[in-house]
Ligand binder design. Structure first.
Ligand SMILES: [Zn+2]
Length: 442
């Protein structure tokens, strides 16, 4: 099937970014076969189905390089006891109970809801990090099914840690990595690790061995809070990144999430091993853990991407949060205008390419047909030269109208077509109180 997405303002992004007014993107099957002026492509592809994009900007679908679908049912929940006063207490009182309380249907719903939110926000690719110690084996299959039904792309992993039992989750990762193999461009697999401070050398060694044999990377939280750094220094005499690198967890396919509390020598090591870092500014602010040394990482040519850490699925909002945070943290209004969009628009596609083996983030012939089509009437001229200004101050607050992934329309006219949003939310509201009750007994 051939479809012309026509009459929109097409912003191609990629190395030769072009802004085409009255433009069209023509998709056939899963890929783009032409990008150009609407009138020209109408002549070239007269028999194609059409989807009118006038009054809209057509962009490549967005990518989230760190998410936690499983956190959904914590929304609106009262946390028993005193408020958590630090990061470790947040884990102990909230997240390490949420994940243990999830049952089979909760896992599916917890994935379906953020998947709907991804589609609503034009996010067509996600790298997720899952935990559900109460229902572990087979949990990644439940999420895979939800992702395939939603129609977006996702790289999945299970969060291994020694906090409940030694090596909890190793087998689930190994099974899923073997099942997915090289992947089909829609689903990929990684070795998921919680963090240095919940992993013994023995468990790390097992996980790295499995990841190496399968040729996949490790997806691990790194020095999110000072506690992770202090634990590594105290137990192993070296900081977190040095320990993880020594155990073999670094490398071009690995993702080091957060990297808030790392020193110069650790940044040098991340650069030397070509490991990617994922920055999650909203989550860091919410947990009050500190500010990732973003510019020092970028100065070393480290590939730094942008994630939401389960807080949300809106990548434009996350991009603007990074922009604002680093201006304030540096007390310098000259910075972050180029860097924050670069994390989202250039670096996230490069990270996704390392996981999925395909080049996303660009509207061009031969590239995947993943599109975010956004309601936006530019109040000033919009061109290649000033696109970032429109992105940070305009498009960020505009509404996504239509989302396309792998050539399939997943939302049109703001109506999700691949899933029954109302039924899923209603069922989640029904099950959440039971999950909260199980949680309060933990
Ligand atoms: Zn996380």
């Amino acid at each position: 099937m051939t479809t012309r997405f026509e009459n929109g303002i097409v912003v191609t992004l990629g190395p030769n970014n072009q802004v085409i007014w009255n433009g069209s993107v023509v998709a056939e099957g899963e890929n783009i076969i032409a990008v150009g002026s609407a009138s020209e492509l109408q002549k070239r592809f007269p028999d194609a189905e059409t989807l009118d994009c006038s009054g809209k900007v057509v962009l490549p679908g967005f990518i989230c390089t760190h998410h936690h679908f499983y956190s959904t049912m914590a929304r609106g929940m009262a946390i028993p006891g005193e408020p958590a006063s630090n990061f470790v207490e947040i884990l102990e009182r909230l997240w390490w109970k949420v994940d243990r309380a999830l049952d089979e249907e909760d896992i599916t719903l917890s994935a379906q809801i953020p998947l709907i939110e991804c589609i609503r926000n034009g996010t067509t690719t996600v790298i997720d990090h899952h935990a559900s110690p109460g229902m572990r084996d087979g949990s990644l299959d439940l999420i895979e099914n939800a992702v395939r039904q939603a129609g977006i792309r996702a790289s999945l992993c299970y969060e291994v840690s020694d906090r409940n039992i030694m090596g909890g989750g190793v087998e689930e990762n190994e099974r899923f990595i073997k099942k997915i193999g090289k992947g089909d461009g829609q689903i990929a697999a990684m070795m998921g690790l919680h963090a240095s401070f919940t992993l013994s050398d023995e468990t790390l060694e097992r996980c790295v061995g499995i990841a190496d044999d399968a040729g996949v990377g490790c997806h691990v939280h790194v020095a999110e809070d000072l506690a992770d750094r202090e634990d590594s220094l105290q137990k192993y005499g070296i900081p977190t990144v040095h320990r993880l690198e020594k155990m073999g967890a670094a490398g071009p396919k690995s993702l080091f999430i957060h990297c808030v509390h790392i020193d110069d020598s650790e940044m040098d090591l991340i650069a030397a091993t070509n490991t990617s870092v994922v920055h999650n500014p909203e989550s860091n602010m919410n947990n009050a853990v500190g500010v990732t040394p973003l510019f020092q990482l970028l100065k070393r040519n480290i590939l730094v991407g942008l994630g939401t850490d389960g807080m949300a699925s809106d990548m434009l909002a996350q991009m603007r949060c990074a922009y604002l945070l680093h201006r304030l943290a540096n007390r310098d209004p000259r910075v972050a205008f180029l860097e924050a969009p670069k994390l989202l628009l250039e670096n996230n596609p490069a990270i996704a390419e390392r996981q999925f083996g395909i080049r996303l983030g660009e509207l061009a012939e031969g590239r995947p047909a993943d599109l975010a089509i956004i309601d936006y009437q530019p109040p000033t001229l919009l061109s290649e030269a000033n696109f970032l200004g429109h992105l940070i101050f305009g498009l960020v607050d505009a509404t996504v109208d239509t989302t396309v992934c792998r050539g399939k329309v997943l939302m049109q006219g703001k109506k999700i077509v691949s899933m029954d949003e109302e039924r899923i939310a209603a069922r989640s509201r029904e099950l959440a109180p039971r999950m909260w009750q199980r949680l309060s007994a933990l």
